[in-house]
Design a protein around this ligand. Structure first.
Ligand SMILES: [Fe+2]
Length: 389
């Protein structure tokens, strides 16, 4: 996480006695990344965070036992707008695509999720529509349309439906998710050329306390799911401080970077994780050279699969392809992609785009999972060749 934050009550020094009103000691816990050598936070619990009473193996309802390689190889179009609203934002995820580094799903949640901890890696969840309250050991975040929430590895949390269905794209990483390194100073401050800054990030503002005994938490670990029962409710943190915590960022706070001629997708990069990046395509003035071609040139990223979720506006490069808000295109390595026929000509002279999209570029090929197969438009791959022969 980018910067230091302190919430609730904490003692004046680390690792000293810190007492509850009844005289007992709060239980101090360090949540830290990379073996005490990277970002961490210290949390102060009312009860022992180690006190568990049961662990059971459970099925992962959001897993696809049969993800399939993108074979025969083709560009794909998936219509999440055709997927049903059901379940919650954790166990109700409909798997879309995955590889060794990342698992991408879609939720249209109508129920509150169980408590959940992903111990395999961080997650970023993008809320397309609806409202949800993200609750965690660090506190709560109110999320609405356009919000990303970045959930550090191992954070116990849940999604409470405020206004459903909560439609969301879920990205489960096998490592940590951070702002792009090139936008940070050597000590972690956002630099002036970054498209967003600390002021755009929302962290938990106050402790979130809950009572309860024998509280189940779903824990994802090593490709499996366990249900671990905690003796006391894990939302018992009276205060914490550090650099590691969940935070929200709204896509509308992304400041687009514009060039005189077409700027490539890295200018839209918002987050990065091991072997993937997340980009935000936002409304912006288009290229301002009078000779410019505002839509992208044909491109073949030989090391990337490009997974693009269209979340708002009119995506002019895809006109005539059937792509609408809610659609996802998957442009894999091995096939060149570019604007649909006529899109280049139609774009000439345009000076603004209202397109909005969330893109995940993975550096290893994505397999296609059951939720995506369920809502695929099989004609998409041929839409460039309509008038080509
Ligand atoms: Fe592309």
């Amino acid at each position: 996480m980018p910067y230091y934050r302190a919430v609730g009550e904490i003692p004046p020094k680390r690792h000293i006695q810190f007492r509850r009103p009844d005289g007992g000691l709060y239980a101090e816990e360090l949540m830290g990344e990379e073996g005490f050598t990277s970002d961490s936070s210290l949390l102060y619990h009312r009860h022992l965070p180690t006190a568990i009473v049961k662990s059971e193996g459970v099925d992962d309802p959001a897993a696809d036992a049969d993800p399939r390689p993108n074979l025969p190889l083709a560009p794909r179009h998936f219509r999440t707008q055709d997927l049903p609203a059901a379940g919650d934002a954790v166990t109700g995820r409909q798997p879309l695509a995955q590889n060794e580094d990342v698992r991408i799903g879609y939720a249209a949640a109508v129920e509150d999720s169980p408590l959940y901890r992903n111990s395999e890696g961080a997650e970023v969840v993008y809320v397309q529509s609806g409202r949800t309250r993200f609750e965690s050991t660090y506190g709560a975040l109110d999320l609405g349309p356009g919000d990303y929430v970045v959930v550090p590895t191992g954070t116990i949390h849940r999604f409470v439906v405020v206004e459903g269905p909560v439609k969301a794209l879920t990205v489960e990483s096998r490592g940590h998710i951070r702002p792009p390194r090139r936008y940070l100073s050597q000590y972690g401050q956002f630099l002036e050329h970054a498209p967003y800054s600390e002021r755009d990030l929302r962290g938990p503002a106050e402790p979130l306390l809950a009572d309860g005994t024998d509280v189940p938490v779903l824990v994802r670990h090593r490709g499996g799911m366990s249900r671990i029962t905690y003796a006391r409710h894990p939302f018992d943190v009276v205060g914490w401080d550090g650099y590691l915590y969940p935070y929200a960022f709204n896509i509308n706070d992304f400041e687009p970077i514009v060039k005189r001629t077409h700027a490539p997708p890295p200018v839209h990069q918002t987050f990065e994780g091991p072997n993937f990046v997340v980009c935000s395509f936002c409304p912006r003035p288009l290229d301002f050279d009078p000779r410019s071609v505002p839509v992208p040139y044909n491109h073949h990223n030989v090391d990337s699969d490009e997974f693009m979720f269209y979340v708002g506006g009119d995506y002019s490069a895809r006109r005539g392809s059937g792509i609408e808000v809610g659609s996802i295109s998957l442009h894999p390595s091995g096939v060149t992609h570019g604007p649909q026929p006529g899109a280049v000509e139609a774009s000439l002279g345009k000076d603004f785009t209202d397109e909005m999209a969330v893109m995940i570029d993975t550096f290893r090929p994505l397999d296609i999972a059951a939720g995506a197969r369920r809502c695929e438009d099989p004609e998409y791959a041929w839409t460039w060749s309509r008038d080509a022969r």
